[in-house]
Design a protein around this ligand. Structure first.
Ligand code: SF4
Ligand code: SF4
Ligand code: ZN
Length: 465
């Protein structure tokens, strides 16, 4: 693949311009020309600098350690592990969106990109009112829920399938999607649909924890192998809970997990990472490993779209990036996790997602790099956008090193624990090259596809009609 690892040579002392791209002013959000620089010295970092004519220069650290930054440009042929990725059905590839691309043109380009995950909001309101809600969902009571009509949801999903073919992962989101009054009717339709492979339910877990009838119905309705919970989770510690959710929800999350465990419902924990819960990443991993039905943790550095006040989103010093998460998790693990356990996903821009795996082998937790050079599986990962290690067992790739590994230990998905780092962008970290390669899409109210980062950015020129 054509990404370039930026492992700094020992003699690198001067700052180095890595590339030019387009970003946003953190104050007014207008597009600006930007540059990506690697600092000199051994502990190299990577910064994104932009100058707004009105608000001046802002520089944001986008990699606290340059080893975890990958140089990739917006043109699709420069950054993709698979020839299939980022091509439309007719084989055409994307082009750059341009600094001042009009919104219609930008959406046209996104339509042509490979859609690895399609997210749809099915409820606009929520039973929580998190101060950090990227969707800025208003709180409503159960009776007063602002739900999207079922026919509109189906129509828009079907529209994407008609235009682009099978959806590999369809993510239900909101607001809080479990509040939809026809939730189970929708779930049945999705799971029965021959062109939807997998359904993820993006939930805060409150309804599953508190509503026994709903939980029981979910246990009866979900189809194993085609459905998973993407459960909001803020770590095992007390620190940071109030900041993120305005409440301490740890007990509710455990109750939800316990219910999922009894019905063998697979769960991925989705942890928003801030400075406050950063010291507890390994504890959170250990917590997840204790549950037989928890398949992994997704770490998302807090991004400041949605309800976050502008004053906070303009701050540059408290931001976290993929490097911060890898460094913290490895250090906290006391050698049970290593840098080599992580590799960027080559589908889309490699800075958009990094994965790692832990294996549960014979009662022990082992690092995947105990068994295999994980960096050598890039090509395989490039065509496996569902990120499922266990798929190797079914794909017939007998010579693939991970396939061999899994056969050796007779592992199935209950023995693998996935670590995913997903750094969504806001104005501070905005690199338009990444949008050019985006594969995580939102099905907008008008049925068009948009990049997740663009859709939730709140930029005036990206708003839905
Ligand atoms: S972040 Fe999620 S749970 Fe919190 S208010 Fe927004 S939609 Fe609701
Ligand atoms: S949504 Fe954002 S972070 Fe995810 S693939 Fe698209 S540009 Fe990258
Ligand atoms: Zn500005």
């Amino acid at each position: 693949m054509s990404i370039i690892s930026l492992t700094p040579p020992a003699f690198a002392l001067a700052d180095e311009l890595l590339k030019r791209t387009r970003s946003r002013c953190v104050v007014c959000h207008l597009p600006c020309a930007a540059e990506v620089w690697r600092t000199g010295g051994i502990a190299s970092k990577v910064f994104l600098k932009r100058v707004c004519p009105e608000h001046g220069e802002t520089s944001v650290c986008i990699a606290s350690d340059a080893r975890f930054y990958w140089l990739a440009n917006g043109k699709s042929e420069n950054a993709c592990g698979s020839p299939r990725c980022c091509e439309s059905a007719d084989g055409s590839t994307s082009g750059t969106l341009g600094l001042n691309a009009d919104p219609g043109e930008a959406l046209g380009v996104i339509e042509k990109l490979s859609t690895c995950l399609a997210l749809i909001e099915i409820v606009n309101s929520c039973n929580l009112s998190c101060p950090t809600c990227y969707a800025d969902s208003p709180r409503r009571t159960h009776e007063d829920v602002d739900a999207i009509p079922l026919e509109s949801i189906k129509h828009r999903i079907q529209g994407v399938i008609d235009r682009k073919g099978t959806i590999e992962i369809l993510q239900l989101s909101g607001g809080e999607p479990t509040l939809h009054p026809q939730f189970f009717e929708l779930l049945r339709w999705l799971q029965d649909h021959p062109q939807i492979d997998y359904v993820l339910l993006n939930t805060n877990g409150v309804r599953i924890a508190n509503d026994e009838t709903f939980a029981r119905q979910l246990g009866e309705a979900f189809c194993y192998g085609r459905f998973q919970l993407y459960l909001q989770f803020d770590g095992v510690q007390q620190a940071g809970q109030q900041f993120l959710r305005g409440a301490d929800l740890r007990e509710i999350r455990e109750r939800c997990l316990e219910r999922c465990r009894t019905m063998s419902l697979p769960v991925t924990l989705a942890m928003t990472v801030t400075q406050e819960n950063l010291p507890f990443l390994w504890e959170s991993i250990e917590f997840g490993l204790r549950w037989p039905n928890v398949r992994g943790i997704s770490f998302q550095p807090l991004f400041t779209s949605g309800r976050i006040p502008r004053s906070l989103s303009a701050q540059t010093s408290t931001r976290l990036n993929t490097g911060d998460i890898i460094l913290a998790a490895v250090e906290q693990s006391r050698s049970r996790l290593r840098f080599e356990d992580f590799t960027p996903l080559p589908c889309g821009d490699p800075n958009c997602a990094t994965i790692g795996y832990l294996l549960k082998v014979g009662g022990e937790v082992r690092s995947v790099s105990d068994f295999v050079d994980f960096s050598k599986v890039q090509d395989f990962l490039g065509t496996k956008i569902r990120y499922k290690l266990e798929d190797l067992m079914k794909c017939g790739c007998d010579s693939e090193p991970l396939g061999e590994l899994l056969k050796q230990f007779e592992l199935d998905e209950t023995h693998t624990f996935r670590l995913l780092i997903k750094p969504f962008m806001d104005a501070g970290t905005w690199d338009e090259d990444r949008i050019d390669r985006c594969c995580t899409h939102v099905i907008r109210p008008d049925g068009q596809l948009d990049s997740f980062c663009r859709y939730y950015s709140g930029f005036a020129d990206c708003k839905t009609a």
